[in-house]
Write a protein that binds this ligand. Structure first.
Ligand SMILES: C[S@@+](CC[C@H](N)C(=O)[O-])C[C@H]1O[C@@H](n2cnc3c(N)ncnc32)[C@H](O)[C@@H]1O
Length: 193
């Protein structure tokens, strides 16, 4: 099923994710079948987009997250979209990831960083950079003003968007910023990549 057909099936929130993730992917030019980590499963939309575009996806969130954004039913949507077998779910906390260094071609944090407690965000960024390959990239998508307005209708206490550059500690990275339709997109590459 192509991405537009999946959008028709899963609705406008999926299309918000699909458009801005596609924009980030254009800049990355990953090889087909690349291994991608999706940090913060949520509704599974970003994992489904990545799988539908032909990548091999690992996704996860903390097993003890009881917020309205975690523990959601995403697996059935992935099955309906025909991509369930291309997504592996593993619970984890992004500030201490259970993955080898340089295990992924790209790491996505789509709408996730601002949900991590402020004091853990430096470790989240360090871990994302640790598990991505030397030639890969970490992609952080954080909500723009319109998205925040929409999500605060159901969740008035929703946190402000985070600027991932504020949480880089000792990392040497090249940063590129793209304006998504809905999200602010930040790409971080290791030097020499
Ligand atoms: C708004 S949802 C993300 C949206 C999701 N990417 C999608 O495509 O639907 C926020 C996610 O961040 C996850 N999250 C919050 N803190 C986390 C942490 N420390 N480690 C990993 N995931 C975390 C939540 O469990 C939730 O899955």
């Amino acid at each position: 099923m192509d991405i537009n057909a999946i959008g028709t099936l899963l609705g406008p929130r999926f299309e918000v994710v699909a458009g801005d993730t596609a924009k980030a992917l254009e800049a990355l030019a990953l090889a087909p079948g690349a291994r991608v980590l999706d940090v913060g499963t949520g509704s599974g939309h970003n994992a489904i987009v990545l799988a539908a575009l032909g990548f091999d996806v690992v996704t996860g969130e903390p097993a003890d997250d009881r917020s309205m954004y975690a523990g959601r039913e995403w697996s059935e949507n992935a099955r309906k979209a025909g991509v369930r077998e291309r997504i592996r779910f593993e619970p984890f906390d992004a500030s201490a990831m259970p993955f080898e260094s340089e295990a992924f071609d790209a790491v996505f944090l789509f709408g996730m960083l601002h949900h991590a407690p402020e004091e853990r965000r430096p470790a989240v960024m360090s871990e994302a950079l640790r598990v991505v390959k030397q030639a890969g990239a970490v992609v952080v998508c954080e909500p723009g003003a319109e998205v925040l307005k929409m999500v605060r209708v159901d969740d008035p206490g929703h946190p402000e968007a985070a600027n991932p550059a504020d949480y880089l500690v000792a990392e040497q990275v090249r940063e590129q910023r793209l304006q998504g339709k809905w999200m602010e997109i930040y790409l971080f590459r290791k030097p020499g990549a």
